[in-house]
Design a protein around this ligand. Structure first.
Ligand SMILES: Cc1cc2nc3c(=O)[nH]c(=O)nc-3n(C[C@H](O)[C@H](O)[C@H](O)COP(=O)(O)O)c2cc1C
Length: 401
């Protein structure tokens, strides 16, 4: 089949940075998720030789290099003020990007023009490449991704340059940095993790608005040793001691009903240590055999996207009932305004996403926000704060879900 002019243009773009038509199409797709999904995205995949990670890098790169265009485009999308909520004393539009989306904070300023808050990272102390590529696969049909990235990070000092530049340029949207101390061996895992966390937090605290501790990466074996209620408590204490006025959260993983008690024990430890709440959920680990990829070089992979919504909702609801006052950030398969509205109705304070944006582009954010507004109006809520207050009342009355 003859390749389209757009495809040729995109391929040229890969070699030299995106060409004009490719740039224009990508920019136009901010107004149309269908254009992104059906036209721009397939072309990007061809350019990237079908490596989803390269596609993501091309898009992030483009966003970063087109700051002026991004500002103009995003100025056409202003979130309704009825959506705003108070988080740690600040007014926030509660729709953000999930960790992993902008690992090293390379696109903080441009992304802040769209998202209400940012969760860059996970940032670790020392630069590390992560696992060999390819390490991400996509399940097109089920709108899911699999990853075995293994914590690639350019490290603290690289990230600091981006964070400082964002704050010094007047960056207004809150940045909750995903961080983790990373033990390599099992002998002194907790000690090393704590020491690294301390360094990360001390360095970032003057600039960050909050932190999300991520001990939940399913691809990193030594992290398992951090998963005890006592280590959760100690970590929250450390985080609050170094950054007492910042939002302090922990990233949690999906659980089955039988694991609920254990899961809540971890959250309890974190909250008792002074933590403000949790982000739910991280990806769910599956064995190699169930991964939709021709070749997969790892024994397992973390699965994200549509199927996670069920786990996300359960965790949000269970936590809102068990810990009425905490801050809950929902992530996992939020593809529509209806999905986000369900998360808020079950007790989430904020929502964020990664995988859905890789299918639909940044225009999805506007669709989700508009969808939530429409559902709020339909159900008679004048503001997001009213909706969240109702969710809390329902949790207290045993009427959630
Ligand atoms: C490729 C990829 C990389 C990710 N990297 C991180 C990470 O570094 N830290 C983290 O806490 N979560 C990471 N996540 C998990 C997401 O933040 C999110 O919790 C999960 O994907 C569920 O949300 P989603 O369905 O909107 O993607 C990653 C997810 C994907 C798909």
């Amino acid at each position: 089949m003859r390749r389209s002019k757009d495809a040729d243009e995109m391929e040229k773009a890969h070699r030299k940075g995106l060409g004009l038509i490719a740039k224009v199409n990508l920019a136009r797709s901010v107004f149309s998720t269908a254009l992104f999904k059906n036209s721009v995205r397939p072309e990007l995949y061809r350019i990237a030789n079908h490596d989803p990670e390269v596609v993501h890098e091309i898009v992030l790169n483009e966003i970063r290099n087109s700051k002026a265009a991004v500002r103009i485009l995003s100025s056409l999308f202003k979130a309704d003020k009825e959506l705003m909520v108070k988080v740690n004393g600040r007014e926030v539009v509660p729709f953000g990007n999930a960790a992993g989306f902008d690992k090293d904070g390379d696109a903080l300023e441009p992304l802040s023009n769209f998202f209400g808050f940012l969760e860059p990272g996970t940032v670790v102390l020392n630069p590390r490449p992560g696992n060999d590529r390819p390490r991400i696969a996509v399940d097109e049909q089920n709108l899911e991704m699999w990853n075995a990235q293994g914590f690639p990070s350019r490290g603290l000092e690289y990230f600091m340059k981006n964070l400082i530049a964002y704050k010094e340029s007047g960056g207004k949207k809150p940045v909750y940095v995903s961080v983790c101390g990373l033990p390599v061996s099992e002998s002194n895992a907790v000690e090393v993790a704590m020491r690294e966390m301390e360094t990360l937090l001390k360095r970032m605290a003057p600039y960050a608005d909050g932190f999300v501790w991520n001990p939940a990466s399913p691809n990193t074996a030594a992290l398992k040793l951090l998963r005890t209620p006592e280590v959760f408590r100690q970590t929250a204490e450390l985080m609050k001691r170094i950054a007492p006025d910042k939002l302090i959260l922990v990233k949690m993983w999906p659980y089955e009903d039988a694991e609920k008690h254990q899961f809540m024990g971890f959250v309890k430890g974190f909250v008792e240590g002074g933590g403000d709440g949790a982000v739910v959920t991280n990806t769910k680990m599956f064995p190699k055999e169930s991964i939709h990829a021709k070749e997969w070089g790892y024994p397992s992979g973390g699965r994200s996207g549509k199927f996670l919504k069920h786990y996300m909702l359960r965790a949000v609801r269970d936590m809102r009932i068990a810990f009425p006052g905490i801050t809950i950030v929902a992530t996992g398969g939020i593809h529509t305004g209806k999905d986000a509205y369900e998360a808020f109705s079950n007790g989430a304070n904020m929502v964020e996403g990664y995988t859905p944006y890789t299918f639909y582009g940044l225009g999805l954010l506007m669709e989700i926000e508009k969808g939530v507004m429409a559902s709020m109006k339909r159900d008679g809520f004048g503001s997001m704060e009213e909706l969240q207050a109702r969710a809390s009342e329902n949790a207290a009355a045993g009427k959630l879900g």
